[in-house]
Design a protein around this ligand. Sequence first.
Ligand code: B3K
Ligand code: ZN
Length: 859
Amino acid sequence: NQYIKLEDYKPFDYEIPNIFLDFIIEDKRVIVKTELEFIKKNININSLILDGIDIFVEKIYLDESLLEENNYSIQKNRLLIKPILKETFTLKIVGTIKPKENFSLLGMYESNGIITTQCEAEGFRRISYHSDRPDILSKYKVRIEANKEDFPVLLSNGNLVKANDLKHRRHEVIWEDPYPKPSYLFALVAGKLNCIKDNFNTKSNKKVEINIYVEKGDEKYVKHSINSLKKSMKWDEEKYNLEYDLSLFNIVAIRHFNMGAMENKSLNIFNSKLILANKETTTDEELERIEGVIAHEYFHNWTGNRITCRDWFQLSLKEGLTVFRDQEFTSDLHNRSIKRLEDAKFLRKAQFREDSGPTSHPVRPEKYLEIDNFYTTTIYEKGAEIIRMLKTLVKEENFNNGFSNFISTYDGKAATIDQFVNKILENNKEINNEKFKTWYKQNGTPLVKFKRKWDKEKQILKIQVSQINSNKKNLYNDLPLIIPINIAIFLNSYEKIKKTLILKEKEEEFTLENINSKFDSPIISYFRNFSAPIKWETDTTFAEKLLILEFETDYFTIYDTIKGIYKKIICKRIYEEPDINIENKLITTLRSIIRNNKSINLSLLSEILSIPTFSEIESEIKKVDPLKVYKTIDDLNYLFGTKLKVELLNKLKEIDKNITKLWPEGKDERKLIETIWRLLLHSKYEGIKNKVISYIDSNSMTLSKAALNVFTRINCPERELISNIFFNKWKHNPVVLDNWFFFKASIEINNNQKNIEALFKNEYFDVKSPNTLKSILNAYVTRNSLFHSRDGSGYKYVADKILEYDKSNPIVISRFLKIFSTFRQYENPYKRNIIKVLDYIKKNKLSPNTREIIDAILN
Ligand code: B3K
Ligand code: ZN
């Protein structure tokens, strides 16, 4: 297999200023006529190569004259035309494709009778022959023709310029998009869809028509999405002065969709689960996520669409930046400190895990085999963290100026990450551009170590700081990074000094004078607000940590400090003896936090009271014995639930009056309620059972799902009862029913695999739906300890599912395969068993996506 390399980037030999696409939708196939206008840029070239997959070519014309078959060849998904001597010419290709036979959910495919497309990253070549690279920007005109009964709605990008009826109950439409765009932003939707209309007035008083298209019956679920879109449009105007640039914005909800959503120009296509929402069917967390994803896709209109990526190595230019923008949006709309904590939590759980394993890669990779494998938390979330650091380093105003400057300079162009960073750092003398860019070239999570030196008499505090990246495979990893370190030095219980240290070298000493601390040694909290995506070690003692918990106001630091203590407790229990002293002290601290801290944010309190889950703790443990880890977490839930029972019950009473409030109100209370229920149920306190059960049928999905969640690991007859109630209530709503599939796959019962297999056989299991597949598989491998059964049968079972579904959906499966990527940290027999199934998977015929991942994992 041939790697695509960043260093090999060459501009395309041609420009394609205009494209005309004509789609004739028939029963079994779609005829695609493509007209591409070429302008030769490289005069030394007299041939043309275009990409295409599974397209049956009927005819090719060069400027109206039919090409003889000896003037072109089609081989290995490439169309070669030669010789081409003209400098400008039009190529017309007549081909056919078969969306009904396409199960890859790439290119053009069918979902529940609706024809839809997904072109990013390289799906356009499954629709039409094209150079299909993001630096070729063209204006698109699209005609669609179909029978009116099955396909009353015909959509594409831009403006509808014509719609009329044809003979034989057929009709046609023409769409024109005035903004040049890369092929990956092309979209087409045809089918029976109902439209919900709304509109938005931009700040320059242009009226934008908003249309949300859903399947019949789903109309009642779109209010939340429409509101989210309007909030996003407004926010981008206020925050970045970016206005929507067309008079129409369409969103379509599709049942069978691999990802969350896709930002096609003015025709966003969404996985239904991220559009259809209300409080009865959707949890608070999901409502916020939906709001964030709608914003994310909308924000792409500028960061991604108007300014796009030169090549796929620059993917984080649009994704990291757009994640940063949606994070800011959610922070402004809700609670900034809580949002930061949640983002940090996610990054550590998902990105750190990836970055410590075999598929670790830089935010700007140097090479790839399958670009679809690079839509990762590294490109997205670590990419966003790098941008956040830039903002911290240059300060908000300069950042915003640099951002605007970037937008105006590259509008209508395909840009690079380097160009973005240069714009942000343009007027900055303190930060060296090239040095900062090392963040994009390194992989792995750097470790920063701190040591205090305290001269009490002179009141001078020295902080020795060093940084190291233990991943030695990448040469850039040896270079020092520029790392912003937000710290607070506590002088006494109410006074602290806040500072941002900027670490630039491998080792540095920072000297701080006039530190009037009353402690034996000043207490410092580091990386407040998670100011860099790294790990760190300090010389802070356990007693000092308890004081930090008392004095800190930064949510992230409070959360981090608590999680550090939990981790220590878990590790002690797994590898040594329970450390009763630490456990009791923590319980005492928690008790006092619950009792005395009436004004504490309840989401924060919920985090503080949550024992880490298996997935949160897995990558932090050196030698993982999964069954022991699960058991230890259960034991701690029992212990803390038992010891804190009185306080937890009091808290429950206190918050009860607020839990029926409508989102976003009441969400902190509802989050806390789940945590309290879990602790109490695990402590075997029978008095809570009926209370929890009563919520399974409530009109708040947050509470119903909380009831499912907390019963997952409690083996009792009531668990079956709530499962049945939930199933019967929701079996006709696929989006909600996925929660039930998730729940069922999480629970541990005898004959476990039969239980899981029954889910795949369930009459409501939709083979073509990635959502349901992901629900079952993810629940089984991250929540159900029997996946790790010592005889390896759980691993083998999952391996067979991987092989089965890789045939139809490589994108989902190659991602999912990464569940096995941490096996090196595992103890035997787990490790041995995983290696066995990986070897087994490897020997089978695999998709290129899955092949790339398995090779990386085993390498
Ligand atoms: N840009 C799309 C993701 C496309 C994934 C292609 N395999 C959604 C997003 O990030 O906004
Ligand atoms: Zn995106």
